[in-house]
Design a protein around this ligand. Structure first.
Ligand SMILES: [Zn+2]
Length: 323
């Protein structure tokens, strides 16, 4: 539909207008949104772009949205819709998310939104959220991370949040308390966890992935393998019963997050043992058994030397200081 070079212009002129007040917003419930996703674009290769959006109601007014990137959580509050994460940077994906919400009778335009981290499968739709007039909350290290970000899954860098916080940010739309927490480096240096204490539901972002996925962006995202474990411990201090993972098809119970934490600790223990036994960085994953842990260590974070080398250095440092 549009040439790749015209994306920024197209987003402003066609995509955002279509989403905020144009034809897509006016469509009756049940019609397919315009502007089909173009899977031939290079930034859609190897991403979950091709998976359609599915809505799962996990609790009254709490809707998890899978597909077209990372998971989003849409929450209907007395004051309006609150959105956690905005998926890939496709106007059609954002329209598809709105369509899914209209089909369950939910409002489709966020008044307030959160971005759990800067990767474009979670933050790609930030521009659409802002164009809808929502306040977009993110951790204060996210704007600089986005500034130096070079995503292969977005045509331009996602928009930064327009409200930033450091450790804790509280909103109460319509009287519903929402806490945004940041505890330190994990999946990235700017991870945000969004907690709904009255409903005991948490959106865990990149700290907890489903479907056996786990990823640590140490280089560009300034995350940390050992930080991931510490952050999951921080997460478990919140009194939640249900966690919405950053990826994966299903929510996790608290017991499943505890199990995820134990498996992550065991993975790190095995990686440390392999380093002590003399494995080098390129051979590290071959030296470690992971299939019984339920993790699939795949994707560029686990294959490219620029990501694996710093993970290896973290492990070497840990084995040197904790023999
Ligand atoms: Zn991520």
């Amino acid at each position: 539909m549009m040439a790749a070079v015209s994306w920024p212009v197209a987003l402003a002129a066609a995509g955002l207008a279509m989403l905020s007040s144009g034809p897509a917003a006016a469509q009756p419930v049940g019609t397919v949104p315009a502007a089909p996703i173009n899977l031939d674009r290079p930034y859609s290769k190897g991403t979950p772009a091709e998976i359609p959006i599915r809505l799962k109601t996990i609790s009254p007014g709490f809707h998890m949205l899978t597909g077209r990137g990372g998971n989003a959580l849409a929450v209907v509050t007395p004051a309006g819709l609150v959105l956690v994460d905005s998926k890939l940077m496709y106007p059609a994906a954002y329209a598809e998310m709105k369509l899914a919400l209209r089909r369950v009778g939910a409002p489709d335009t966020p008044i307030l939104a959160y971005v759990t981290h800067h990767h474009a499968d979670h933050s790609g739709g930030n521009g659409f959220v802002l164009a809808d007039g929502a306040r977009l909350i993110g951790q204060q290290q996210m704007p600089p991370l986005l500034g130096s970000y070079t995503s292969r899954i977005a045509p331009i860098n996602p928009s930064p949040p327009n409200v930033i916080f450091d450790r804790l940010h509280v909103e109460t739309p319509g009287g519903m308390r929402i806490e945004a927490h940041h505890w330190g480096p994990g999946h990235t240096a700017a991870d945000t966890v969004v907690f709904f204490p009255a409903r005991r539901i948490v959106a865990a972002g990149g700290l907890v992935y489903g479907n056996g996925e786990i990823a640590v962006d140490i280089v560009e995202g300034r995350g940390s393998l050992f930080g991931m474990l510490a952050r999951v411990d921080d997460l478990l201090r919140l009194e939640f019963d249900i966690a919405v993972p950053g990826t994966g098809d299903n929510v996790l119970t608290r017991a499943e997050v505890i199990l995820y934490r134990a498996r992550l600790a065991e993975l790190i223990r095995r990686l440390q043992a392999a380093v002590r036994a003399g494995a080098d960085a390129p051979g590290l994953l071959r030296a470690v058994k992971t299939d019984d842990l339920g993790f699939r260590l795949v994707g560029h974070f686990w294959t490219e030397p620029r990501f694996m080398d710093p993970i290896y250095r973290e492990l070497v440092q840990s084995t040197a200081t904790k023999p």
